[in-house]
Write a protein that binds this ligand. Structure first.
Ligand SMILES: O=C(O)C1=C[C@@H](OP(=O)(O)O)[C@@H](O)[C@H](O)C1
Ligand SMILES: C=C(OP(=O)(O)O)C(=O)O
Length: 429
């Protein structure tokens, strides 16, 4: 297990970094390419552990995938090209791999078994396996199909009209993917708008997708046509440097090629509301997704309230927003964020416990947290608990702490941002 020591930056963070590929979009590019007809090429792929788990699972179903860093070639043979895997499909630490792949497996007329790491084994899957059972898929697992290991026998599915109780793009995506190869029409309605990468990318692969407010509908029997996918930089990874740039004195950072899809860009709105000096330049569209370069400078921040429909737009950024809030004047209240409890860790507990160790004035609530700023953070020993986003949030805290911050279990960071510490070093010079 890796340990990393992070120390205070006095001269500021300066320069430019190219943010690695979006994790959500990279997973989808592989999965959709695997069931599409023809050769899909991907550039800007995130070679993080989660997306590599996705590649590994689809290879085990007979799909030829060549991956060379950020470049991937997928030899898609259509939905029918997927073969019954003779080995267990290991999703590693990745919730996205588990839930989206279940949507694909639900319509495949073969048997498969999914397993992941200790964190995945605690994450609720009934939110996906229940609707997939309604389609007619045969799914079994602990607690009536709520936890891995899960076994699936798919095929013979009929479309459903599903109202999801949780605002989750993984649930929405699993239902839509199952709908594409089920009889009739499938609709999914979510309680709040979540990231729409699936809808955008399916359209790019030639699928007809109907959107009406919070409802998305697809007709069954649709095939995907292979294409070239350019993956924008991940705003969830950029978030760590947006925060660092705003709170480390004397900083000015440019983050190149960041995806700014409005269903994901809540962190930009929150930073602006907090008073951050943040600008967007070179706005452009890449493969149906908006992208820009972001420039952030040291800023004086004030506390904000983050709640309701904003939560799905920045759910993965909350750990680092909590760090930002320790440096903002006044109170920051984060609520309606119960979903944090079922991520790689219970992120309400892990964020609060680790930031408290550094002297933050932070309190856990049932559905979020309250942070009082501005507090000078001290050094200390913290850990990621195997959660990449907690590890990186602690590293950002370390850049402003008065003494060194020792972070345990930093190997988890490779799940979404393998070269994170190289980028920190790059900006120091
Ligand atoms: O669809 C996706 O790619 C993701 C959706 C979100 O999860 P939920 O669908 O559970 O909200 C997010 O937290 C996760 O990192 C990636
Ligand atoms: C929650 C996350 O991912 P996943 O659900 O794919 O494990 C994340 O990346 O913060």
């Amino acid at each position: 297990m890796a340990t990393k020591t992070v120390t205070k930056i006095n001269k500021g963070l300066k320069g430019s970094v190219k943010i690695p590929g979006d994790k959500s979009i990279s997973h989808r590019a592989i999965m959709f390419g695997a069931v599409a007809e023809g050769k899909t090429t991907v550039e800007g792929f995130l070679a993080g552990e989660d997306c590599l788990s996705t590649i590994d699972c689809f290879r085990k179903m007979g799909v030829e995938i060549e991956q060379n860093g950020e470049d991937v070639i997928i030899e898609g043979k259509g939905w029918g090209g997927l073969e019954e895997p003779s080995e267990i499909l290991d999703v590693g630490n990745s919730g996205t791999t588990t839930r989206l792949m279940l949507g694909i497996l639900a319509t495949r007329p073969f048997h498969s078994v999914l397993i992941g790491d200790d964190s995945i084994a605690k994450r609720p899957m009934a939110r996906v396996t229940n609707p997939l059972k309604q389609f007619g898929a045969d799914i079994a697992g602990r607690d009536n199909g709520n936890y891995t290991p899960l076994s699936v026998r798919g095929g013979g599915t009929k479309g459903i009209d599903f109202h999801s109780p949780v605002a989750s793009a993984q649930v929405k995506s699993a239902v839509l993917l199952a709908g594409l190869q089920s009889e009739g029409t499938t609709s999914v309605t979510e309680p709040a708008l979540t990231r729409d990468h699936t809808e955008r990318m399916l359209e790019a692969y030639g699928v007809e997708v109907q959107r009406d407010g919070l409802t998305v509908t697809v007709k069954g029997g649709q095939t995907l046509k292979a294409r070239h996918i350019e993956v924008p930089g991940d705003i969830s990874s950029a978030a760590f440097f947006l925060a660092a740039g705003a709170i480390v004195p004397h900083s000015e950072i440019t983050l190149e090629g960041v995806g700014i899809n409005p269903t994901r860009a809540g962190i930009i709105d929150v930073l602006i509301e907090m008073g951050a000096d943040l600008s967007l330049i070179n706005e452009r569209m890449v493969g149906g997704e908006p992208m820009a370069d972001l420039i952030v400078k040291t800023s004086s921040l004030k506390g904000v309230e983050i709640a309701g429909n904003m939560i799905p737009r920045l759910i993965d950024e909350i750990p680092v927003i909590a760090v930002l809030a320790t440096q903002a004047e006044g109170k920051t209240i984060i609520k309606d964020a119960e979903e944090l409890k079922v991520k790689e860790t219970n992120r309400i507990d892990t964020v609060v416990s680790e930031l408290k160790k550094l002297g933050a004035n932070i309190t856990a609530t049932d559905d979020g947290m309250i942070i009082e700023g501005k507090t000078s953070l001290s050094g200390g020993q913290v850990q990621s608990y195997g959660d990449h986003r907690i590890g990186m949030a602690m590293a950002i805290a370390g850049l402003i702490a008065t003494d060194e911050v020792v972070i345990e279990r930093t190997e988890a960071i490779a799940v979404s941002y393998p070269n994170f510490f190289e980028h920190v070093e790059q900006l120091k010079n």
